[in-house]
Design a protein around this ligand. Structure first.
Ligand SMILES: [Ca+2]
Ligand SMILES: [Ca+2]
Length: 84
């Protein structure tokens, strides 16, 4: 987190926090696969013509973001992976 602050300004971190809180629907500070899937359904759910595999999309996001492989994305993991 300290390292990340060298790359992100305060406004960018605030924006990321806001976004993270919207995804983290139960507010426990971790994004679960269910919460991520709900987000993707909100983004993609209305596009009827798109044949997207949401489960596969969730898995690929977690492969990138869930650095310690505990099945949840923490805010630190979210920021760390997001700027690479
Ligand atoms: Ca959560
Ligand atoms: Ca994790």
């Amino acid at each position: 987190m300290t390292l990340m602050k060298q790359f992100l300004n305060d406004q960018q971190i605030e924006d990321l926090k806001k976004f993270f809180k919207e995804v983290d629907q139960d507010g426990n500070g971790q994004i679960s696969k269910i919460e991520l899937k709900q987000l993707l359904e909100e983004i993609w759910g209305t596009r009827e013509n798109l044949d997207l595999d949401l489960d596969a999309a969730v898995e690929s996001v977690f492969q990138k973001f869930d650095l310690n492989h505990d099945g949840f994305i923490s805010f630190d993991e979210f920021i760390s992976s997001g700027i690479k």
